[in-house]
Design a protein around this ligand. Structure first.
Ligand code: NAD
Length: 488
């Protein structure tokens, strides 16, 4: 472990409010563990609803000055934070790997650089997108004028703590809002490290605040707080509905980025090597704990055997181990609770009649005897099975077969999730037709898990509401439109 990582993890760690660290020895602390070894790696002070209140007050106080800055001056702060992340690249990659159990190859190759790119993208965008739009209306001088909302609240899940933090808060900050963040208790470390870098980069006090508490106490208080003017939640559909209800009661606009159960439709003319490679990666990347990944593999009957051989051979070859080891291809589940969830789903799926093409086993790679590891699994069966219908959130997929396009589409639409689907075929006309007709936020062709800034990403139905991320629209989501009109 790097000296910088050790120093940061040794703490003290706790909420970051108004550029102050609330880390005093009094009060309860919770342990953060390395899921590869189940060893404690840090202790974080558990915040209360009172701390949340102080954070909102600080953000509210900081708002007038932050929002009054010209966009380019806010963008300077954002670029300085991105510079700091690049300087501390190895440390933050190590922190994220240790906290979530991700492979260092993924944190260095995807999470950290993609997060830096997010900051630079929105910093630059904020300087070029107009906040005012003149309206062409007869006998009237009129325009839409957009202003930041004020204090924005953010609640995040544990699977991509660093990336989701940036996808969420950066457009809000670039647009002139101040933010209060509640990270997941399971994985708060990269968020706290980010706050430390933001402080060192000179971000004014109160612009970014982090409250390290539970969903029940701090999360609920956040979506009921009168001074929070906009909420964003990323997490399960179950909790998302509660957040939506609370925000609805208070008439606070809310963005919900929720769970998924992605379908991949593989036609007989598809490049089966490519489909097998993309779909095995879909359930091993981040140990399958990816909201938009493909876990329903709907494969044309005539090629199901060939496809299954190819994909199982790839899944069997994945090397499990500690995330920090360069040769590791897949890490553990993020917690024992999550591993047990996967084990329970697989047992229920088999009890309901599915066949285990590849059985998921709890295993103990060398040096990780207490870790939460599980091998990839593949079930096959009908579309009534619980493992076809519900999000499992682990290295597991469910295989069904189809006869023709209409049959495939019926299977895709037989459940209510609508986050990300894909279609694999050599026929681009069919690919575009199928992609256009899938009721889903993101539809990918001959690939799964495709992300880029400028490519909007969000869910529909059970998978989300109220926006999405990663595009110019996301920036405008954090600006409230109002009209100004003068009859001529
Ligand atoms: P979760 O819904 O259990 O928790 C998410 C966050 O909500 C945590 O910070 C938690 O403390 C908080 N929370 C819990 N109860 C709350 C309440 N009553 N009020 C306010 N806050 C509360 O989700 P999770 O298990 O942390 O994450 C996994 C889920 O997140 C999966 O369903 C996954 O698909 C989804 N996810 C979605 C996206 C997306 O972009 N659509 C991205 C990542 C993860």
């Amino acid at each position: 472990m790097l000296e910088e990582t050790k120093k940061f993890l040794s703490g003290p760690l706790g909420s970051f409010i108004n550029n102050q660290w609330l880390t005093d020895e009094e009060g309860e602390r919770f342990e953060v563990t390395d899921p590869c070894t189940a060893e404690p790696i840090a202790k974080v002070r558990r915040a209360s609803a009172v701390e949340l209140d102080s954070a909102v007050e600080a953000a509210d106080k900081a708002f007038p000055a932050w929002s009054a800055l010209p966009a380019n001056e806010r963008a300077i702060y954002l670029h300085r934070i991105a510079d700091a992340l690049e300087k501390n690249f190895d440390t933050i990659a190590e922190i994220e790997t240790l906290d979530v159990g991700k492979t260092i190859e993924n944190t260095k190759g995807f999470d950290i650089p993609f997060g830096v790119e997010c900051i630079r993208y929105f910093a630059d965008l904020s300087m070029s997108l107009p906040t005012d739009t003149p309206l062409a209306i007869k006998a009237m001088e009129a325009r839409i004028h957009r202003v930041p909302y004020g204090v924005c609240g953010f609640i995040f899940p544990w699977n991509f703590p660093y990336n989701l933090l940036l996808w969420g808060i950066v457009p809000a900050l670039a647009a002139g809002n101040t933010v209060v963040v509640k990270p997941a208790e399971l994985t708060p470390l990269s968020t706290l490290f980010f706050a430390k870098l933001a402080e060192e980069a000179g971000l004014p006090a109160g612009v970014l605040n982090v409250v390290t508490g539970s969903g029940r106490e701090v999360g609920e208080a956040m979506c009921n707080h009168k001074k929070i003017k906009r909420m964003s939640f990323t997490g399960s559909s179950f909790v998302g509905k509660k957040i939506g209800e609370a925000c609805g009661r208070n008439l606070i606009p809310c963005k919900l980025e929720l769970g998924g159960k992605g379908a991949a439709v593989v036609f007989e003319d598809a490049d089966l090597d490519l489909a097998a490679e993309q779909l095995s990666a879909a359930i091993t990347f981040n140990t399958g704990q990816v909201c938009c990944t493909a876990t329903r593999w709907i494969v044309q009957e005539s090629v199901v055997e060939t496809f299954t051989d190819k994909v199982t051979s790839l899944l069997k070859s994945v090397k499990l181990g500690h995330g920090l080891k360069a040769e590791t291809g897949m890490g553990p589940l993020a917690s024992e609770k999550q591993r047990q969830t996967v084990v329970d789903y697989l047992a229920k799926g088999e009890a309901e009649g599915a066949t285990a093409v590849l059985k998921g086993e709890c295993v103990t790679p060398e040096g990780c005897e207490q870790g939460y590891f599980m091998t990839p699994s593949l079930l096959k069966g009908d579309t009534e099975n619980i493992c076809f219908k519900e999000e499992i959130f682990g290295p597991s997929a469910y295989l069904t077969t189809f006869t023709d396009e209409a049959d495939a589409m019926e299977q895709v639409h037989s459940i209510d999730y609508g986050l990300a689907n894909s279609v694999f075929t050599a026929d681009l006309e069919r690919a575009n037709r199928v992609a256009d007709n899938m009721a889903c936020g993101n539809n990918w062709i001959n690939a799964h898990n495709v992300f880029a800034y400028g490519l909007p990403y969000g869910g529909v139905n059970l998978s989300g509401l109220g926006g999405g991320v990663n595009s110019p629209e996301t920036y405008y989501d954090y600006l409230r439109p109002q009209t100004v009109a003068r009859p001529l």
